[in-house]
Each structure stands twice: as structure tokens, then as C-alpha cells.
Design a protein around this ligand. Structure first.
Ligand SMILES: O=C[C@H](O)[C@H](O)[C@H](O)COP(=O)(O)O
Length: 229
């Protein structure tokens, strides 16, 4: 259920601008997805030019790409990111739905540890009110009980199926993903709290109060928004 409606130029403009925001010597959280990939490649080019950064990946995808472009990797055990760069599936102001690539658990961990979270996206991700299914990463043994609780909250959970294998998507952490459609989410903070309290839910894809900067790439440049604290 990836929602990658934007053009590569829009994504690249956002990603490359985010890479410019990284200071020499910084530890950077490396998000997942097609837009963040542009930021990782741009950071790799800066590293080739002598820039020193260390990346904390949020998935196999971002770790492999970082290695490919020469970004040294570290972990949250060893370093705290000054900045994290990540994509989003839906953006309403500074509130997000993430997890279209099933990476939202580690993405939220790294984003929460970072001093600044920069979101990169194309204009197709923007909306007035969050309105897409919210991914939940759930322990395999918790699929049925979690589904029942989520149904009680007014959603019909949908087990995410793999595209190139029979059966479900299995996350990088060995769990399942339930995509839960709540319609228009008028109170994301309230829903986030309810989802976080369900036993067996590792993490949900609502990111509330985490994003500091939103970079929307366009065909000709980047629109930048900074959250006032
Ligand atoms: O699990 C995946 C992530 O939350 C991605 O950051 C999100 O799906 C956006 O990906 P993309 O930039 O490819 O649209």
C-alpha cells in the first residue's frame, strides 16, 4: 500500500535539500522509502567530497543504500542523531502517517531519538486531514486480539500481503502489518494514544508532534515549513 504518487524530480528536490541541512560531523537518522533514498544518495556524494557523517538506518533498505554510497553506519546504542531525514505517506501540517514500507517502528524510534526530524515528500502526500489507513506492526501471535480491539475502535484491519511472495508482509523485525482504515482522522493524538495502548502492537504509523521540518519537493524547487515550538 505504498502511496508514491509524486515525480522523481519532486522527490529528489526534497531529498537533496534535506541532505544540505546535515552538518559536518553529524550523526544522521536515515529513514526509509523512495524520497529518503534521494537524501541518502546526496549525503553519499557529500561523503565522497570529504564530509564526515555517520548514519543510523531504519531498515535493511536504508542500511544497504547507505553502505552502497559510502556512509558509515552506527547504532542508537553508540550515538544519538542530531537530525533524522524520513519520508511520509500522508502529511497534514506536521502530523503524519508513515509505514507504507512497513518500516515505521524503527523510523519512530530513530525519529524520537533525533534532535530534529526533517520530513521529505512530494506534493501528493499533503492533505487537510489524515485520511489513509494507519499501519500497525503487530506480533504474529497478537493478530487476532489486536484486530478485535481495532474493530472496536471503528476500523476494519487489513493484513498487509506481500507482493512477491504468497502470504503476509513480514517486517524487518519479524512481525505482521495490519492496515487500519479509520476514515478521516480528526484527532490523531487521541487515536495514537489508543493504538499505542493495545497489547501486541509494536508501533503504529501515526507520527504526532515529531516532525520539525517539512520539505515538499516541487518540479522547480522545495517548499519548506518549520514547526514553531
Ligand atoms: O515504511 C516506510 C516509510 O514510512 C516511508 O518513509 C514512507 O512510506 C514514504 O515512502 P516514499 O518516500 O517512498 O513515499
Amino acid at each position: 500500500m505504498k502511496t508514491t504518487g509524486g515525480s522523481e524530480v519532486e522527490k529528489r528536490n526534497a531529498g537533496e535539500r534535506a541532505a544540505e541541512l546535515v552538518a559536518d560531523g553529524a550523526v544522521v537518522g536515515l529513514g526509509t522509502g523512495s524520497t529518503t533514498a534521494h537524501a541518502i544518495r546526496a549525503l553519499g556524494r557529500r561523503v565522497e567530497d570529504g564530509f564526515e557523517v555517520q548514519g543510523i538506518p531504519t531498515s535493511y533498505q536504508s542500511a544497504d543504500l547507505a553502505r552502497e554510497v559510502g556512509i558509515p553506519l552506527t547504532t542508537l546504542d553508540d550515538a544519538a542523531p542530531a537530525i533524522a531525514i524520513d519520508g511520509a505517506d500522508r502529511i497534514a501540517g506536521f502530523e503524519l502517517i508513515k509505514g507504507g514500507g512497513a518500516a515505521h517502528t524503527r523510523e519512530k524510534l530513530v525519529a524520537s531519538a533525533a534532535a530534529r526530524l526533517v520530513i521529505v515528500a512530494d506534493p501528493s502526500k499533503e492533505c487537510e486531514t489524515l485520511d489513509r489507513p494507519v499501519p500497525l506492526e503487530v506480533l504474529p501471535a497478537a493478530r487476532r486480539p489486536v484486530s478485535e480491539v481495532v474493530e472496536g475502535l471503528g476500523s476494519t484491519p487489513d493484513l498487509r500481503l506481500a507482493e512477491r511472495k504468497d502470504g503476509p508482509v513480514v517486517t524487518d523485525n519479524g512481525n505482521l502489518v495490519l492496515d487500519c482504515d479509520f476514515g478521516r482522522i480528526e484527532e490523531p493524538a487521541d487515536l495514537a494514544q489508543k493504538l499505542a495502548s493495545i497489547p501486541g502492537v509494536l508501533e503504529h504509523g501515526l507520527f504526532v508532534g515529531l516532525a520539525d521540518t517539512v520539505l515538499i519537493g516541487t518540479e522547480t524547487g522545495v517548499e519548506e515549513r518549520e514547526r514553531r515550538r
